[in-house]
Design a protein around this ligand. Sequence first.
Ligand SMILES: Cc1cc2nc3c(=O)[nH]c(=O)nc-3n(C[C@H](O)[C@H](O)[C@H](O)COP(=O)(O)OP(=O)(O)OC[C@H]3O[C@@H](n4cnc5c(N)ncnc54)[C@H](O)[C@@H]3O)c2cc1C
Length: 501
Amino acid sequence: MATQVLIVGAGPTGLVLAIALARRGVAVRIIDKNSGAGQASRAMAVHARTLEFYRQLGFAEVVLNQGIKIEAIHLREHGEDIAELPLKDIGAGLSPYPFVLAYPQDDHERFLVAQLHAEGVDVEWNTELESFTQDEWGVRAVLQQDGDCHTASSVYLCGCDGARSRVRESLRLDFSGGTYQHQFYVADVQTAGPPNRDLVGHLGANTFALMLPVRSRGMQRLIGILPEDAPPEPDFETVRPVLEPLLGIRVEQVNWFSTYRVHHRVAAHFRVGRCFLAGDAAHIHSPAGGQGMNTGIGDAINLAWKLAHVLQGRADAALLDTYEAERIVFARKLVATTDRAFQLIVSQGAGGQLLRSWLLPHVFPVLSGFATARRTLFKTLSQVLIHYPDSPLSAGRAGDVIGGDRLPWLPSDNFSALQSLEWQLHVYGRTDPMLAAAAQALRLPLHAWPWSEDAAHAGLLENAAYLVRPDMHVALALPRQEADVLQTLATRFALRFSRDS
Ligand SMILES: Cc1cc2nc3c(=O)[nH]c(=O)nc-3n(C[C@H](O)[C@H](O)[C@H](O)COP(=O)(O)OP(=O)(O)OC[C@H]3O[C@@H](n4cnc5c(N)ncnc54)[C@H](O)[C@@H]3O)c2cc1C
C-alpha cells in the first residue's frame, strides 16, 4: 500500500504516533537518521496520562513492570535528610495509575520500537530527511540512506524530529523563546549500599541535584547544574566532590555522563498544509516536572486518530485543524509554567532561600498533611487536567465536566471501554430511549454506568450523557441527553463515529 503518513524521527513522539496509526490500519513509514533507538536515558518520569494512553493501546501493564513507582520525595540540605513527601498513590481515585513512574527513555524507546514491530512496521534507521515539497496532492520527501538519495511520496508528513527539527526549519516556522544560562549534567551511576527507590533532591544556593532509580540496570539517575567554574569538557569527576555529599551517596561506577543546555521555545504553528509538527520539534522547555516526553506522546495520540479518520474517509480534512488548535494552547501554557518553576529553582542564590523560606515551612507541610494538596500536585504533573475547552470539537457542560475535558476515571473502571480506540457515548444513570435510538442510528457504541457516589465525586452529573472521543476527551457534555447535538457535530466534520458505518 502507498505510504499515507511519513513520520520523521523515531523518538518517543514518532514511535507512539506510528503505533497509534498502524493500529488503526494507516500505512505508515517511520525513518530516523540514527542507527538505532536512543542510548541516552533523558526522560525518566512517565505520568498517569501517558499510562492511560498506553492502556488503550494494550501495553500499560508491561511498562509498569519495567519501571519503578516513586513512593516518596526526600529533600536534603547540608548532607542531611530534612523533609519527606509521600507520593505513594498520590492521585488515588483520579486515575488507574495514581503515581509517577520512573522508566528511562532509552528502555522506553526500545520497548516502543518492539511494539511497533508487533504492528508490522519497522523503523528505517540510518535514513535522514533531507528536504521535501508539498502540494494539494501530497508530500514528496528526499531521503538520504547510506549516502544514496531516494524520494518518498506520502499523503501527510509528520515532523517528530526533535528540537532541531528539519521539518520545522524547512517550513520556516518561527521557534521563538530563549536558552537558560546554566549548563546541566545528567548521569547514570551505580552507588554503594542498598539501591534507592525514591526521588532524592538537594536544593542549595546556585545548585540543585536530583537522584532517581533506574530499575532495569539497578542504577541511579543524577541530574544537576554544573558549577560555574567547570572546565570546557566536564566529566563526572567535575561534579563528584560536590554531588556525593549533597545527596549522601558514594558513586562506584559511572555508566553515562552528559551535559546539555535547556531551552524554552514553541513553534509558531504545528501544521502547515500536509505537514505537522509534534513533540520537541514543536515545543521545548525545562525538564522541571518531567513534562517534555509526556507532552510529545500526548501530541501523537491527539494527531493519530484525526489523521486516521481523514485518511479513511471518516471525517472532513477540517478535523486536522483541531490538532494545532488543541495542542498549541497547552504547549504555550506548559512552557510558561515550567519556565517559572525552573527560574525559581535555579535563579542566583534562590535555591537555599527557596528551601528554607518557602518550601519547608509552607509547601511541604501542606503537601504532606493534606490529601487535597497532594491531589492538586498530581493533577498538575500527571497531565490528567489537559483540556480543550475552546476546540471546535468541544461543547456543553454536565456537572463539573466541560466539553474538552478528559473523561473522569471512576474506580468501577469506566476506562475499560476505551480500549476500542473509538468514539463512544457514556451515560451515568438512566439512558433515555431517544438517545439510545440516536446512538444506534449513528452506530455509536453506548455504555451505561449505574449512578454512584464515585461518579458524583468525580464531577459527573446523574443521567447526563458524554460523547467521548477516541483519545478519552469528552467532546460533548449533554446534561439532558440531547440527541440532536450528536448529529450536528457529525455533520459539521462529516464524521462517521464508527469504522463500519
Ligand atoms: C536531561 C533531560 C531530562 C528529561 N527528563 C524528562 C522527563 O523526566 N519526562 C519527560 O516527559 N521529558 C523529559 N525530558 C524531555 C524529553 O527527553 C524530550 O521531550 C523527548 O525526548 C522528546 O521526544 P521526541 O520524540 O519529540 O524527540 P527526540 O527524542 O529528540 O527524537 C527525535 C528523533 O528524530 C531524529 N531526527 C532528527 N532529525 C532527523 C532527520 N532530518 N531525519 C531523520 N531523523 C531525524 C533523531 O535522530 C531523533 O531520534 C528530558 C530531557 C532532558 C534533556
